[in-house]
Ligand binder design. Structure first.
Ligand code: DGY
Length: 331
């Protein structure tokens, strides 16, 4: 490829497996952060380095607004998000400028569903609190009243957002013989036929679930879907987990609900203002806090790396990227 046709691709952060060898074969010029620098790219550096790029491998921590698209310039063809979620990208701006947006669906579904279950078990059985006690030397021997949690077997599991990850989370319930409720814009026949799941509204799922797991994308409609009103009608013995996006839950309201025991416990992998936590959240024993690691298996992240390359290379060749995001997010 001559210099005039050379395509510049920026990686805003180093990713597992590095950059795909196919970029070099396709004659792309890569701009990759120095090895050893593993942190989100600062906004001013991001705005500077996206200038003149044809494709960007972007992290969910990079904000793509009008300012970013302006800084990138009119030659930008694709933003390939290294995530299934893409709430960091203003899709209307991208479409207005003819920039394609892709994500990494499917390859992280099972890894993330596993973390939803890990959080349910950790929060319901008080495992975070118990582990902290053992490490701190507070384990004084077995006690009949210690660490009493909430059963899972035979209980009701609510799934808010029955897309790929919500469905995979529900499927794991078979061994626990749970009743499944789900809230979703459409009926999920797979869940209904295979698990006898019931399609219900928000009020029903909040009132009847013993375990409630959130899997909706973040959109204007789902921001603060769970706030004071919703938390206050959940069962006092219920457990709420979130592996989707933090702002779906009003985190200040959750702190209040956990303190006042409106619900039994919560398990979070995502936060409203990541990486900051709402005041008081980290002081509570009845919440399990993970550092947004839903897709963090070596296998899933390697598959994600391949997918971003597939999408960027397709865009460079002028063929439709396989994981194009629709302009209006669907749930
Ligand atoms: C995603 O892909 O959207 C996840 O949140 C990343 O772990």
């Amino acid at each position: 490829m001559s210099d005039s046709t050379e395509k510049r691709i920026l990686f805003t952060r180093l990713i597992p497996s590095g950059s795909d060898k196919r970029f070099a074969d396709a004659g792309c010029k890569l701009d990759v952060p120095n090895s050893g620098v593993d942190e989100p790219m600062a906004r001013d550096e991001f705005l500077r380095r996206i200038g003149g790029c044809h494709g960007v491998v972007s992290m969910l921590t990079d904000k793509w607004d009008a300012e970013a698209f302006d800084a990138a310039g009119p030659q930008l063809r694709i933003v390939a998000n290294f995530a299934v979620g893409y709430n960091n990208i203003d899709l209307a701006e991208a479409e207005r400028r003819g920039v394609l947006v892709s994500n990494t669906p499917e390859v992280l579904t099972e890894a993330t569903a596993d973390i939803a279950w890990a959080l349910m078990m950790m929060a319901g059985r008080r495992l975070g609190e118990a582990e902290r006690d053992v490490r701190a030397g507070r384990f004084g021997g077995w006690g009949p009243n210690d660490y009493l949690g909430v059963d899972l077997v035979g209980k009701t599991l609510g799934i808010i957002g029955a897309g790929r990850i919500g469905t995979a989370t529900a499927r794991r319930s078979l061994g626990w013989k749970m009743r499944i409720l789900y809230m979703h814009p459409r009926e999920n026949e797979e869940l209904q036929n295979d698990l006898g799941a019931e399609h219900v509204d928000l009020k029903t799922i909040l009132k009847q679930s013993d375990y409630l797991s959130i899997h909706v994308p973040l959109t204007p409609e789902t921001r603060h879907l769970i706030g004071v009103n919703e938390l206050s009608i959940m069962k006092p013995s219920s457990v709420l987990v979130n592996t989707a996006r933090g702002p779906v839950i009003d985190e200040a309201a959750l702190v209040e609900a956990l303190k006042e025991r409106w619900i039994f416990a919560a398990g979070l992998d995502v936060y409203e203002d990541e990486p900051a936590l709402a005041p008081g959240l980290a002081d509570l024993e009845n919440v399990v806090l993970l550092p947004h690691l839903g897709s963090a298996t070596a296998e899933a992240r390697t598959r994600m790396a391949k997918i971003v390359a597939d999408n960027i290379l397709a865009a460079m060749e002028g063929t439709p990227p396989p994981n194009l995001v629709k302009q209006k997010p669907t749930q």
